[in-house]
Design a protein around this ligand. Structure first.
Ligand SMILES: CC(C)(COP(=O)(O)OP(=O)(O)OC[C@H]1O[C@@H](n2cnc3c(N)ncnc32)[C@H](O)[C@@H]1OP(=O)(O)O)[C@@H](O)C(=O)NCCC(=O)NCCS
Length: 216
């Protein structure tokens, strides 16, 4: 199934999710790639990665762009020449993009028990409100926090940012699907609006968390 979900967040912000069920050949037959992109594709070791990469091109085509419009800076951050911002994520058989006139970042993660084991590597401020004993909620909240920090990292794209030391995610309830976050780095504080929701598909066991952030 191609386009899995579209979220029109506001007038200038759209999120598109692709469920990757097509073969590599099928996807290749549906996109036009510039030479640089074709080279990158050829260099990828996993076919799943290649299919995810091509699914992103399908998504940008859905939005009226082509691979020619999409560029990357020296750190790997994607951008368009025009006044639209883009951020990209892929996770297992999902690929997602967010396109907006605002500065945005996106991340999608599979909820996994093992996130508990690395919680101390990316949380600090959040320990004030997290409750590790309520396991299911703890895993879901950790996944939101991780996704928020990845999304914010993708916006700022600055060397030296530590998820644990420099990014704070404010307390939130899973039902509200919205929280605030701030980046404290290089003597500056930047604030972000964070949104999250769960994504489930019939073709895959497990639940994903989609997180996107806007720089205020
Ligand atoms: C680069 C990074 C943000 C990618 O995130 P990820 O969860 O591994 O992978 P995702 O599928 O969500 O995102 C991949 C996409 O991010 C985008 N991306 C890569 N580097 C980027 C950067 N520096 N800035 C913004 N976006 C970037 C690309 O579009 C990429 O997909 P594409 O190359 O196929 O177009 C991540 O690997 C990273 O470096 N994180 C910060 C490091 C860190 O502090 N980690 C953990 C601390 S405990």
């Amino acid at each position: 199934m191609p386009l899995f979900q579209t979220i029109q967040f506001n007038e200038t912000t759209k999120i598109l999710i692709w469920e990757i069920t097509e073969s590599l050949e099928e996807l290749l037959s549906k996109v036009v790639l510039k030479e640089k992109t074709q080279k990158r594709l050829n260099g990828m070791k996993s076919q799943m990665h290649q299919r995810a990469f091509l699914s992103v091109r399908m998504l940008i085509q859905e939005m009226g762009f082509t691979d020619k419009d999409l560029h990357y800076d020296e750190f790997g951050k994607p951008y368009f020449d025009c006044h639209n911002y883009i951020s990209i994520t892929h996770s297992y058989h999902f690929a997602a993009i967010i396109i907006s006139h605002e500065t945005v970042g996106i991340d999608m993660e599979l909820q996994r028990e093992k996130i508990q084991k690395i919680a101390d590597k990316f949380t600090d401020y959040e320990c004030n409100y997290l409750e590790p004993k309520i396991t299911e909620e703890y895993i879901k909240k950790l996944t939101v926090i991780w996704g928020a920090k990845e999304a914010i990292f993708k916006i700022r794209n600055e060397k030296g940012i530590s998820f644990k030391d420099h990014i704070r995610v404010e307390d939130f309830s899973l039902e509200k699907k919205q929280t605030e976050s701030s980046l404290h780095f290089d003597d500056l504080v930047k604030d972000f609006d964070v949104h999250y929701e769960e994504i489930k598909s019939d073709n895959f066991e497990g639940t994903f968390t989609l997180v996107y952030a806007f720089e205020k």
